[in-house]
Write a protein that binds this ligand. Structure first.
Ligand code: HEM
Length: 222
């Protein structure tokens, strides 16, 4: 770890993010393998389609639990839009689509990230509810079960598309982001560019954690 790096995420936050992300990937793969004949071979690899479905069902429960905890963690900073702070950023598309000299400063998460949070929260809840109804079809009316198949498929398409946008943004779109979810430490330059207001807030209230100094984990605002 280089001296001067800044702590951006707590271990619990990272564990929850990865539980959510990995279970989501597992569900996408097992779900697509159930849906498309050409991907049925994935079932064969793990001992048959019955195993694949079981993995999808219990993976779904794990995803649901991770989603609830993730909503609890991200809600405070990503769940609420503020027109005063977020609207100027939205008008400039955060500088992602055309050149902007001064990107309006926002809090810990920008409106794009907040939108992704809502897609994951609402889309994930719809996938969980529709999946549970599809799992126990005999407990519900035929019409409801049929509708849930449509909800589940549409929800998948939306979440799947947004995951690629998220992956693009945390790699090519905003280089230096990924370490926030791997080690938790980011550079000051990244922090200044991606979360300037959050950086200032932490500096002002003395909660900024900078790597280096006497201890390996010195709390300092310098
Ligand atoms: C290899 C895959 C992934 C990587 C490397 C990754 C990385 C990251 C990073 C670096 C952040 C923090 C961004 C920042 O502070 O500026 C983040 C936030 C987040 N990630 Fe991921 N992520 C991945 C997959 C996923 C998946 C599959 C989901 C959801 C199903 C997800 C949900 C979230 C949410 C809800 C946040 C917080 C709000 C936001 O930034 O939009 N991530 N991720």
């Amino acid at each position: 770890m280089k001296k001067g790096m800044i702590k951006a995420t707590r271990p619990f936050e990272r564990v929850v993010h990865w539980c959510l992300a990995l279970s989501c990937f597992l569900l996408c793969i097992t779900g697509m393998s159930t849906m498309y004949h050409s991907l049925n071979f994935i079932g064969a690899v793990i001992g048959g389609m019955a195993n694949l479905r079981m993995l999808h069902h219990y993976g779904g429960l794990f995803f649901g639990a991770s989603l609830l905890v993730a909503i609890g963690i991200f809600w405070k900073d990503a769940g609420r839009f503020s027109s005063k702070e977020d609207w100027p950023w939205i008008k400039e598309a955060g500088g992602f689509l055309w050149h902007v000299d001064d990107i309006p400063e926002v809090g810990k998460y920008n409106p794009g990230q907040k939108m992704f949070f809502w897609v994951v929260a609402l889309g994930g809840a719809a996938m969980l509810a529709s999946g549970l109804i599809m799992w126990f079809p005999l407990s519900f009316s035929k019409q409801l079960v049929r509708t849930m198949y449509v909800v589940h498929s549409l929800g998948f398409l939306i979440i799947f598309a947004f995951i690629f946008v998220h992956l693009y943004l945390v790699t090519i779109g905003a280089p230096g982001s990924a370490p926030a979810m791997f080690t938790g430490w980011v550079t000051r330059g990244w922090m200044k560019k991606q979360h300037p207001k959050w950086l200032k807030e932490m500096e002002e209230n003395g909660t900024l954690e900078v790597y280096g100094g006497k201890g390996s984990n010195k709390i300092s605002s310098s």
